[in-house]
Design a protein around this ligand. Sequence first.
Ligand SMILES: *[C@@H]1O[C@H](CO)[C@@H](O)[C@H](O)[C@H]1NC(C)=O
Ligand SMILES: *[C@@H]1O[C@H](CO)[C@@H](O)[C@H](O)[C@H]1NC(C)=O
Ligand SMILES: *[C@@H]1O[C@H](CO)[C@@H](O)[C@H](O)[C@H]1NC(C)=O
Ligand SMILES: *[C@@H]1O[C@H](CO)[C@@H](O)[C@H](O)[C@H]1NC(C)=O
Ligand SMILES: *[C@@H]1O[C@H](CO)[C@@H](O)[C@H](O)[C@H]1NC(C)=O
Ligand SMILES: *[C@@H]1O[C@H](CO)[C@@H](O)[C@H](O)[C@H]1NC(C)=O
Length: 263
Amino acid sequence: MFCTWYCIALIVCWIHCLDTSNGLREMDQINKRSQLHRVKRSYSPGIRSKGWLADGVKQVNQYDFTSLDCKATSVPYPNYYWKKNGQNITQQGNVDLQGSISQFNNGSSNRFSTYVTSSTLYINCVTLADAGNYTCVAEVGTSKRERKIELKVDAVANPSNATTTQCAQKDNIVDIYMETESAVENSGNDVRLFCRASGTPAPSYSWKNANNNTIIENSYKYEITQEGDLIIKSIHSSDPRFYKCNASNTVGHDEYSTHFSIL
Ligand SMILES: *[C@@H]1O[C@H](CO)[C@@H](O)[C@H](O)[C@H]1NC(C)=O
Ligand SMILES: *[C@@H]1O[C@H](CO)[C@@H](O)[C@H](O)[C@H]1NC(C)=O
Ligand SMILES: *[C@@H]1O[C@H](CO)[C@@H](O)[C@H](O)[C@H]1NC(C)=O
Ligand SMILES: *[C@@H]1O[C@H](CO)[C@@H](O)[C@H](O)[C@H]1NC(C)=O
Ligand SMILES: *[C@@H]1O[C@H](CO)[C@@H](O)[C@H](O)[C@H]1NC(C)=O
Ligand SMILES: *[C@@H]1O[C@H](CO)[C@@H](O)[C@H](O)[C@H]1NC(C)=O
């Protein structure tokens, strides 16, 4: 009996230790607040101020591989897109940067959920023409936030051979550009964890249960969407919480670890 409780305490402690990422701590706080709100029935969908990155300026060299970041804590998850000098843009000229909230957890229902979702604009092998003012837009329904980043590019006279070789591959590289850092959902609801990547040829996706490293297969419990997202259906306290996405093409791969909590 003592051992049973001792072991449970150990496991709880272990999960707690793994859960100490900033994002989750922020979310837990929001979570506690929102739980109170829920009791008062004043909870509403939208992008939270907490964790939103400040506007900024980024200075890079020509031929650098750089990226611009955006991170939203929202209820539920957001729709993302990016603009350059006021115009909508795509990733690597071909990948639509938008997330899609479509019919899924779009906030029209009463259920509570909190998602920390990142969007990254990769600029592989910067050119002088890449300089400009970039805006990340995150939206949940009518709630909208923008992050502005001014990109300044310094010219480089003679790129090294290594740089030239890397630059020739810039569109092939697999980059996960939108991912769910963490999620909190009600027991019984579905959870969608984003893992969307750019790269030519188009990446394919595999997911692992990061608790025991087994490959996730499509089943009554899991669905891996064409976009790369993992949907965990009807979450239950016995479900694994930690997952790893692997996006890969013939040139390379990119990985991302994520997890969810149950409310
Ligand atoms: C840019 O994309 C967003 C999201 O799809 C859309 O709502 C908006 O109308 C677009 N703006 C332009 C100028 O096309
Ligand atoms: C939200 O989802 C509901 C059903 O789940 C759907 O009827 C509604 O049209 C959706 N709203 C938007 C804005 O997508
Ligand atoms: C970007 O914004 C800054 C500050 O508002 C402005 O000085 C600059 O001219 C803008 N650059 C472009 C390319 O619009
Ligand atoms: C760099 O590339 C040029 C042209 O392909 C070649 O002539 C030169 O030897 C290369 N330099 C090095 C250090 O590999
Ligand atoms: C890994 O965990 C899942 C879910 O907890 C379980 O169904 C599966 O049997 C486990 N696999 C191994 C090899 O332990
Ligand atoms: C990710 O997938 C690629 C291609 O299948 C593979 O080479 C790589 O080892 C995988 N990484 C992990 C951690 O599974």
